[in-house]
Design a protein around this ligand. Sequence first.
Ligand SMILES: Cc1cc2nc3c(=O)[nH]c(=O)nc-3n(C[C@H](O)[C@H](O)[C@H](O)COP(=O)(O)OP(=O)(O)OC[C@H]3O[C@@H](n4cnc5c(N)ncnc54)[C@H](O)[C@@H]3O)c2cc1C
Length: 388
Amino acid sequence: MSVGWDTAVAGWEGFAPLAGDVTADACVVGLGASGLAAIEAFLDRGLSVVGVDAGRVAAGAAGRNGGFLLGGPSLALHRAVDRWGPAAAGLYRDTLEELDRLYALLGPSVIRRVGSIRLAGLPGDPADEAEAADREAETADCAAQAASMREHGIAVEEYDGPLGVGLYLPDDAAMNPAVRATRLATLVGRRAALHEHTPVTSVRSGSVATERGVVKARFVVVAVDGRLEKLVPALRTHVRTARLQMMSSAPIPSHRLPCPVYARWGYDYAQQLPDGRLYVGGGRDRFVDEEWTHDAEPTESVQRHIENVARRMAGGSVRAEHWWAASVGCTPDDRPLCARVEEDMVAIGGYNGTGNLVGPVAARSAVAWLLDGKSPPAWANALDPVAC
Ligand SMILES: Cc1cc2nc3c(=O)[nH]c(=O)nc-3n(C[C@H](O)[C@H](O)[C@H](O)COP(=O)(O)OP(=O)(O)OC[C@H]3O[C@@H](n4cnc5c(N)ncnc54)[C@H](O)[C@@H]3O)c2cc1C
């Protein structure tokens, strides 16, 4: 397995592992985008912070995902509003604010504000009647999504172009996720003590035990999306780990995809980089059972599906260069999890495959809960066993 995004961070020097016991005001477990946002939020409140990760910065999904920076939760807005009420629109606005913050920090060379396209069905003619019927149903769903977005004052346009029909969402953006995370880590690493290659063996309020020493800290945030239930077994009925897979291709001759494109109810997706390479993923709905796993190696069956998605997105043949997988957390009601597992310790995760912006929003919410006693909004499953 090799991760296509990693060629851009090959020179990453990283942070030294923890070397013995330390004390700080706060400890954050997980140096993905969510953990880094929690660290930034603690620092902005004047606290000293230690952050640790079992591997490299963004060794998990935060550095291996599709690089889509989409406003809103994993559900389309109209569905999220149906389920969670107006809080869903609040989460949408919070994610767009998070995107503005990210853009201000990292600039256009990392965050490409190109919008995104939701397509009704994959590009090209439907392969059979079932695909044609599915496309028709999805076209109607796009109309319902657009109506809800307009009702809540969120920008959306109809898309009818060379790729098919659907929606264009001008506020969204694209990035290389490994570059995003390493650049953010470099920035927060000037103010916090970050340690890579420091696996946490147990975590509780006030004390994080690692293979290389103990971090004593009053406040603890566990920011681990995939495999969260392994580190915090008390959450095993609230979050479940799934594998998601991707590939990247050699450059294709045409600039087919002007921005991130997701199709077939968001299950298949691709973005094309300025160098012509396609980064493609999908198939979660087609391989439901086998992808409920803690394993994070790519498989032949899913990769075959993804290569077909790549051909449809490219409008022709593609040559795979890299293929990989990573773990994400899924929740029964599609709401992110924000759990006050113990006094002064919150665990976040369960972004259902859409955590690039939702994760950092959840992280800021976790810090506000710990420092100000402000419970997370209704878009989160805010478990509070401590208060029971
Ligand atoms: C193939 C794929 C495509 C995706 N595409 C998109 C997309 O386009 N847009 C989007 O918004 N979302 C996408 N997602 C989901 C998104 O990547 C995740 O929701 C998000 O990155 C989660 O980030 P995180 O920082 O919360 O957690 P993670 O990335 O899971 O980070 C957790 C960190 O914790 C560390 N860790 C775990 N256990 C321990 C331990 N015991 N001790 C110390 N450290 C530990 C890990 O090494 C890891 O670095 C995708 C996911 C995948 C897998």
